[in-house]
Design a protein around this ligand. Structure first.
Ligand code: FE2
Length: 190
């Protein structure tokens, strides 16, 4: 039976689709392709609502405190690093938002600035996800017994109900953004 950690890992796969899309969007901006406001709005809705408010909040409000109850400290070690990276991610989203809004408003340099922040964000989140999948979640799976897993699942269910968003919309958005924005690299000539 899937555990709450498997649920977080599955959300990582959805977030990774958007990271690939974001790389494509940045490449398009760098080569001068025009991106419209609606595309940025859709991207930020995903990053803020799904990746941060749904996924990161479940980690911060449910998983990390549960790890704390099993002796894993919150202010240092792997959890401390994860919290710091969530913070850096939020700052980079704020930078991307400012650059996107300047770009949509006609600033000719803002597209390049957006692309720089976006590449930093993709790099941060890619490594962050690998650390969670391969280190932190394995620690949780070793420490938590069935009762702790059940309690964590109940907390996830309550957090999702409180947030009250439809995850399916974001699953569909992630797939579409990946399909629309990933730049296909043409095969090299022999
Ligand atoms: Fe995560």
């Amino acid at each position: 039976m899937p555990t709450p950690l498997d649920q977080l890992r599955a959300e990582h796969r959805i977030i990774e689709q958007v990271l690939r899309a974001l790389t494509g969007l940045s490449d398009r901006l760098t080569r001068g392709e025009r991106i419209d406001r609606a595309s940025f709005d859709r991207l930020f809705d995903f990053l803020i609502t799904f990746a941060d408010r749904r996924h990161h909040q479940k980690e911060e409000k449910c998983l990390f405190p549960a790890l704390g109850q099993h002796g894993v400290p919150r202010d240092r070690g792997p959890v401390g690093v994860m919290l710091q990276e969530h913070c850096t991610g939020r700052a980079l989203i704020a930078h991307m938002k400012r650059a996107a809004s300047a770009y949509v408003g006609g600033d000719p340099h803002a597209g390049t600035q957006f692309a720089e922040h976006a590449r930093n964000y993709v790099e941060l989140l890619t490594e962050h996800i690998q650390k969670e999948d391969n280190v932190l979640f394995n620690v949780a799976e070793k420490l938590f017994d069935d009762r702790s897993m059940k309690s964590l699942q109940d907390q996830f269910d309550a957090a999702e109900a409180e947030l009250g968003i439809s995850p399916q919309k974001y699953v569909d958005d992630a797939m579409e953004m990946q399909q629309n924005w990933v730049v296909n690299i043409p095969p090299m000539n022999p």
